[in-house]
Design a protein around this ligand. Structure first.
Ligand code: ZN
Length: 259
């Protein structure tokens, strides 16, 4: 073929009616998931080519398993990612003595992806909430060791102050139980209250730190946003089956992975 100038001088692109243009469907020849060559039919899931076997596997993933099982798995995966993230966050802060807020974004990404994997990419507010909760908790966990250290130092100081005020005991005097210089052991209720207070205080810490450093709060917020957005619900649009090399066969199937 050649571009022959038409009568008015502009090049004309000749329409080819005389020969069939054979287009190798190279872009569609390999499955977008397993990369194996596709035979006969293929599907399109949100714009990605799926071979027959990957399409069946997807269907099985969507329909198999219980919602509780998925949620449990997402929680375990997300918690493990949270532990790893908290260790990195805490380690970097201890090593550099700098509040690297940016690590919150990394933690949010790690947990978001772990929850997505654990939930079979189910998405939705439940998993978004889980990912946000785990991300915030991972950040909070990093504040607990310094918090415990500070509380212990304060208690030691108070104990030392109390000892100084106490008059020296006469030697050989019988010590009444519970008056051995130490505080009486806390009751279970006192212990639980103390733990609840500590946890509540720790959960408020990132926000309290944020009042002094709005940038840190902003970056923590961005980490939470990452966890949220990764687990948003993406409606699956499955098109096909298509015969290889021709489009238009079959209809669109909208799958709503509810639950
Ligand atoms: Zn495949």
């Amino acid at each position: 073929m050649s571009d022959t100038p038409s009568a008015d001088g502009s090049p004309a692109h000749e329409l080819q009616f005389d020969q069939v243009e054979y287009v190798e469907p190279a872009a569609l020849a390999a499955c977008g998931v397993c990369s194996r060559p596709m035979r006969d039919v293929y599907y399109e899931v949100n714009g990605t080519s799926f071979c027959q076997s990957c399409r069946e596997q997807l269907q099985q993933t969507l329909t198999s398993g219980s919602a509780a099982g998925r949620f449990a798995r997402a929680t375990v995966y997300g918690s493990l990612a949270g532990l790893a993230g908290a260790a990195i966050y805490y380690g970097v802060r201890e090593a550099t003595n700098i509040e690297f807020g940016l690590i919150a974004v990394v933690v949010g990404l790690m947990i978001g992806k772990a929850v997505k994997t654990g939930s079979n990419a189910r998405g939705g507010w439940l998993y978004q909430g889980l990912a946000i909760f785990l991300t915030y908790t991972a950040i909070v966990v990093t504040y607990i060791p310094p918090l415990v250290t500070a509380i212990r130092a304060q208690a030691d100081k108070e104990k030392a102050a109390a000892k100084e005020k106490q008059p020296a005991k006469p030697a050989g005097a019988a010590e009444a139980p519970g008056d051995a210089g130490a505080l009486p052991p806390p009751t279970l209720r006192e212990f639980l209250l103390a733990v609840a207070f500590l946890v509540g205080f720790a959960y408020a810490l990132p926000v309290m730190v944020g009042f002094q450093s709005p940038m840190a709060l902003l970056i923590v917020g961005f980490g939470l946003y990452e966890a949220w957005i990764i687990n948003r619900k993406v409606p699956l649009v499955i098109n096909g089956p298509y015969q290889l090399g021709q489009r238009g066969a079959g209809g669109a199937v909208h799958v709503d992975p509810a639950g």
